[in-house]
Design a binder for this molecule. Structure first.
Ligand code: IMP
Length: 203
């Protein structure tokens, strides 16, 4: 069985990943999806890249070095707000400090956009996923979802910046979408499905 290790400690992400990569077969071999913990890998990785793609590659390679014969996937994601020159971007998790609550981070972003009209509140979630193959080659796929920053937090689902990320097509924030609805349109869902396709077709 071909092992695929996803380099994350986030249980929510693992659930989403398991769902999208379900029954993935590579060269006629069914795959087994493992978290780093499942694979017994425990390393700290410094994300010192300058793009989502670079950070995803750094993580995938670092875990790949510990995992013989496995395919290692790693993601890096964040919120890019046009009016703030792309902030918080690759620093989304670290914005205002890793331990600061998202209630405070979200309030800060809304405050920084006060007085900014609808058309200029454009933003996107971006997710880059890197795949480090057992032969040492690496490829990346990136997914995005376009939206606008709202005027207040709305919705209880999701995590992070979801309550302020308004998707015009749905008339809702991503925190008001169900998990399935979000997976269908989300940056991470899109990137993961592209990775799945590459693995099925090209390996
Ligand atoms: P990562 O886990 O290093 O990729 O950090 C991504 C950060 O970007 C998270 O901590 C969130 O702040 C933000 N983020 C990424 N994807 C989402 C999403 O789907 N909803 C809300 N926030 C997100």
């Amino acid at each position: 069985m071909q092992r695929i290790i996803f380099a994350t400690g986030n249980q929510g992400k693992m659930r989403e990943i398991r769902r999208i990569l379900e029954n993935l077969t590579i060269k006629g071999e069914l795959t087994q999806i493992l978290s780093m913990k499942d694979a017994g890998i425990d390393i700290d990785i410094e994300e010192n890249g300058t793009t989502f793609e670079e950070n995803a590659v750094i993580k995938a390679k670092a875990v790949g070095a510990e995992a013989k014969d496995a395919i290692v996937l790693a993601d890096d994601s964040g919120l890019v707000i046009d009016h703030l020159n792309g902030e918080p971007g690759i620093y989304s998790a670290r914005y205002m400090g890793e331990d600061t609550s998202y209630r405070i981070k979200n309030a800060s972003l809304i405050e920084r956009l006060s007085g900014v009209e609808d058309e200029k509140r454009t933003a996107r979630f971006v997710c880059a996923i890197a795949a480090a193959m057992p032969d040492g080659t690496v490829f990346t796929e990136t997914g995005t979802i376009e939206g606008r920053i709202g005027y207040e937090e709305k919705g209880e689902n999701g995590f992070g910046y979801d309550p302020i990320f308004y998707v015009p097509e749905y008339g809702k924030t991503t925190a008001e979408l169900t998990e399935d609805e979000k997976n269908e349109v989300s940056h991470r869902g899109k990137a993961l499905r592209a990775v799945r396709k590459r693995l099925e077709e090209n390996v």
